[in-house]
Design a protein around this ligand. Structure first.
Ligand code: SAM
Length: 302
């Protein structure tokens, strides 16, 4: 439910990290709250020889909030070839070039893949400057298993194509993370529920913004809530893996988590913590926890 209202705090002045090594910097930027920018990102945006942005107005606003004024050049789908040429020429001269998208991590459902491939092919260094990502923010806050997940980008807009893609996703034994546009949210949730069945899910909307909302429930509950309702903002859908798939947690993850928790807690508590963290049935996790505890105990017959 809607619970968070955030303000953009005045940023602290960063320390200069000196000149940048030559190469291409992929700089993550906030997905809403302008304070969610790293000190390193600010330094790179200040110190790079050139900054290329998906939307120069959006990035200029962000930089202004952080008291930076830099000339910005455009790198977007429609001018990618031309901009790529300019960027590669700068890299060949030994310059540092920063690339940012409108929000979040460049290349994650955003332009830049061609450029990175070309830069790598020409032997340039590519530096990730990690930070906000709608995918990871939604996954973390969903409460669903983050040990193993598939990010599937945007679902297709057309119903037949969307249903085909959802049927493909049905077999995936991992948490699913999808982007969706507001007008299609209700019908996509209904299709997801009809095809994937009674799985738990979360709709994460307007993360880090004033009207942040994370609504959790089964796909059918969420479809019932959103169908026919006018929804605004940016949306990520997170869906639990099919039930009964221990693959929700990769082999070894269960035992590793249990062993760590058993060192600190009694069996019952350790099982409850791990079952919640991995999204596994509590009874099964408890049974495994008992086995592990017994194996740890000294053998009475010895
Ligand atoms: N590269 C970006 C990232 O790493 O977050 C994602 C870019 S993709 C073009 C934009 C989509 O990301 C939106 O349509 C929405 O599905 C999701 N998104 C971006 N910001 C969001 C936010 N604040 N809350 C929820 N979803 C968001």
């Amino acid at each position: 439910m809607s619970e968070v209202a955030k303000t953009t705090g005045r940023p602290r002045r960063r320390q200069s990290d000196g000149p940048l090594a030559k190469g291409l910097y992929l700089v993550a930027t906030p997905i809403g709250n302008a304070s969610d920018i790293t000190l390193r990102a600010l330094h790179v945006l200040e110190a790079a020889d050139a900054v290329f942005a998906e939307d120069t107005r959006v990035t200029a606003k962000l930089l202004a909030l952080h008291e930076l004024a830099r000339p910005l050049q455009s790198y977007r789908e429609h001018n990618a070839a031309e901009a790529e040429h300019k960027i590669l020429a700068r890299l060949a001269e030994g310059q540092s070039v920063a690339l940012v998208s409108d929000a979040g991590t460049p290349l994650i459902s955003d332009p830049g893949q061609r450029l990175v491939r070309a830069a790598v092919a020409e032997g340039h260094v590519v530096f990730p400057v990690p930070g906000p990502s709608a995918t990871l923010a939604a996954l973390a806050a969903s409460g669903l298993a983050g040990e193993r997940f598939l990010f599937a980008g945007f679902l297709p807009a057309r119903a037949t194509e969307r249903r085909r893609v959802i049927r493909e996703l049905e077999a995936v034994t991992a948490t699913l993370v999808l982007f969706e546009a507001p007008p299609r949210l209700g019908e996509s949730l209904a299709d997801l529920g009809a095809i994937l069945g009674a799985r738990q899910a979360a709709v994460a909307r307007e993360l880090t913004k004033l009207h942040e909302e994370i609504r959790r429930g089964t796909l059918a509950d969420l479809a019932a809530h959103y169908e026919g309702r006018e929804v605004k903002g940016e949306i990520v859908i997170v869906i639990e893996a099919p039930s009964g798939t221990p693959a929700e947690a990769p082999a070894g993850a269960l035992d590793a988590r249990l062993t760590a928790e058993l060192a600190r807690h009694p069996v019952k508590d350790a099982a409850a913590i791990v079952a919640a963290a991995l999204g596994l049935p509590r009874r099964e996790v408890y049974a495994r926890a008992l086995e592990l505890r017994r194996a740890q105990e000294p053998d009475d017959d010895a």
